[in-house]
Write a protein that binds this ligand. Structure first.
Ligand code: CUA
Length: 165
């Protein structure tokens, strides 16, 4: 039988145990805590993402007040465009009980999108589409902020989701 040094064997066993722990953590967080990975859906050109007609399947070129769309009873989707240093739209109103799918992309540099009171937290990258969904069973105001440093106006980049009773 091949000889393996005792210390090397211990390292192999240790790293295998660590990998199993990490794997279990991913499974537990995804199934028990509803952890969602904001996987990019499709690559797009950030220079024309807000140009009417460029991407008719998405809605970042629609007027800002039409980017919240009711797609079924109590089901909404909202297309938020991030740019230095604001979100458009920056104020969203939905009735209580709504399920909202957030589509985000950036027109310029890397931004973030973190929505208080939910597990929504994603990087917003130019050229990529981020999509996450949350359900709002209680009325209230939920702030969202940019949590990736994006320049001198970074701290002014925020907005609100208002869940109306
Ligand atoms: Cu946008 Cu920080």
């Amino acid at each position: 039988m091949m000889h393996i040094d005792a210390r090397e064997r211990n390292f192999i066993i240790g790293t295998t145990i660590l990998l199993l722990i990490f794997g279990a953590a991913v499974l537990v967080s995804s199934f028990a805590f509803g952890f969602q990975v904001p996987a990019p859906i499709e690559r797009i050109d950030p220079k024309i993402v807000a140009t009417p007609g460029s991407y008719p399947q998405y809605h970042w070129s629609d007027p800002v007040d039409e980017r919240l769309r009711e797609i079924a009873p109590n089901k909404y989707e909202v297309y938020i465009l991030a740019q230095a240093w604001n979100y458009q739209p920056s104020q969203i109103r939905v009735p209580v009980g709504s399920t909202v799918t957030f589509y985000l992309t950036s027109k310029d540099v890397q931004h973030g999108f973190r929505l208080d009171g939910t597990n929504i937290n994603m990087m917003v990258l130019p050229g990529e589409i981020g999509r996450l969904t949350a359900t709002f069973d209680e009325a209230g105001t939920f702030n969202f902020v940019c949590n990736e440093y994006c320049g001198v106006g970074h701290h002014t980049m925020f907005g609100q989701l208002i869940v109306e009773p």
